[in-house]
Design a protein around this ligand. Structure first.
Ligand SMILES: NC(=O)c1ccc[n+]([C@@H]2O[C@H](COP(=O)([O-])OP(=O)(O)OC[C@H]3O[C@@H](n4cnc5c(N)ncnc54)[C@H](OP(=O)(O)O)[C@@H]3O)[C@@H](O)[C@H]2O)c1
Length: 332
């Protein structure tokens, strides 16, 4: 049996293009003991995949040119030679961008469509929800009454960070790229204020106005100039969580930026990067807490769902244009 596959064609220089992806066909291997035949149902596209398209050393190996791209996927078990999985189960894991594939069961775990919609296991109850919860609580150590500033606030991670901030009793200000997103942050997710960075000339001043008591916790999803403006507004003993830096992922040269050290020294401030897998031992606790808040109606989520296998690369590229609200997912 043949299946369609999407491979990395070229390592992009700067912003990736559709031509950096190759649409091909490949044979589905025959099923061996312990393995599963899977049909892809939902595919997660994420900004970090841009890093894997380059060959620069990172925390995760790069994709190989001419080989399938992989990401978080929800798949249906079509046939099983593994006693722990049955036909009709749904699994979540890192899988190839293929319509059908045979996979070992290691690293895959069952997800229950009765407990939450399947796509939620790629977002709020998956990697991005955990990133929001663990980054904010483990590094941000938020305290009631403090001010939390979130960049990339209308995306998968940012929209959850802001809501958790509200649950924990903080004043929350979000930065995003359209007025519609800012309105959504305030009316649907309970943010106290928002700044559209695309229509704001002086971000330092706008942050100061939106955060009159300064910034105690800055959850940074974007890096670059927005985060420089945040630095001018940090409080004594503030904490900056370096979650991501999407504004510079497509840069071809190391960007020139201001020195952060004097800001951190003057304010006795902490800045720390992290990868969600650093806290793997806390993932079960994170999922329990996120599920509880969801069931209590304290946490909401939104998704942007694109349809069709052929649209996976396009949906990924759209992240860099801010076309998504909440988690970007492709339904197959
Ligand atoms: N450390 C970790 O373990 C970890 C885990 C997951 C994600 N991340 C990082 O967290 C960040 C958010 O990830 P996500 O999955 O939640 O993605 P996302 O926020 O759902 O999608 C990306 C968003 O980034 C914004 N954006 C794009 N280009 C930008 C630019 N030049 N300047 C400012 N904003 C820009 C867009 O929104 P606008 O319309 O607002 O521009 C877009 O919607 C990414 O940097 C990602 O790499 C880190």
């Amino acid at each position: 049996m043949d299946t369609r596959v999407i491979k990395l064609k070229n390592r992009p220089k700067g912003r990736p293009e559709i031509s950096d992806f190759e649409f091909d066909k490949t044979e589905v291997c025959s099923l061996q003991d312990g393995e599963l035949l899977l049909k892809t149902r939902y595919v997660s596209v994420d900004p970090y995949l841009r890093g894997r398209m380059s060959d620069a050393p990172s925390y995760i190996p790069p994709f190989e040119v001419g080989k399938p791209i992989e990401s978080g996927i929800i798949a249906e078990v079509i046939e099983s030679k593994n006693k722990d999985f049955s036909k009709g189960d749904f699994v979540s894991g890192t899988l190839d961008w293929k319509e059908s594939q045979v996979a070992k069961a290691d690293g895959l775990h069952k997800v229950d469509p009765e407990k939450a919609p399947l796509s939620a296991y790629l977002g709020i109850l998956g990697m991005t929800g955990l990133t929001a919860y663990l980054g904010l609580t483990e590094i941000g150590k938020p305290k009631e009454g403090e001010t939390l500033l979130v960049s990339g606030a209308a995306g998968a991670v940012g929209s959850v960070v802001g809501q958790i901030g509200k649950i924990l009793g903080l004043r929350v200000v979000g930065i995003a790229g359209t007025d519609e997103k800012i309105e959504m942050l305030k009316s649907e997710f309970g943010f106290d204020a928002g700044i559209n960075y695309k229509t704001t000339e002086n971000m330092t001043k706008a942050i100061a106005e939106a955060c009159p008591d300064g910034v105690d916790v800055y959850f940074d999803n974007v890096g670059g100039e927005i985060s420089e403006a945040a630095l001018f507004n940090i409080n004594k003993f503030s904490r900056t969580i370096n979650c991501g830096a999407i504004s510079v992922y497509n840069n071809t040269e190391i960007p020139k930026s201001i020195s952060v050290q004097p800001f951190l020294v003057k304010k006795s401030s902490l800045m720390q990067g992290f990868i969600v897998f650093d806290y793997a031992d806390k993932h079960p606790e994170g999922i329990r807490q996120l599920t509880q808040w969801l069931n209590e109606g304290k946490l909401k989520y939104t998704e942007t769902i694109r349809e069709g296998f052929d649209n996976i690369p396009k949906a990924f590229l759209e992240l860099f244009d801010g076309k998504n609200k909440g988690k970007m997912i492709v339904k197959i």
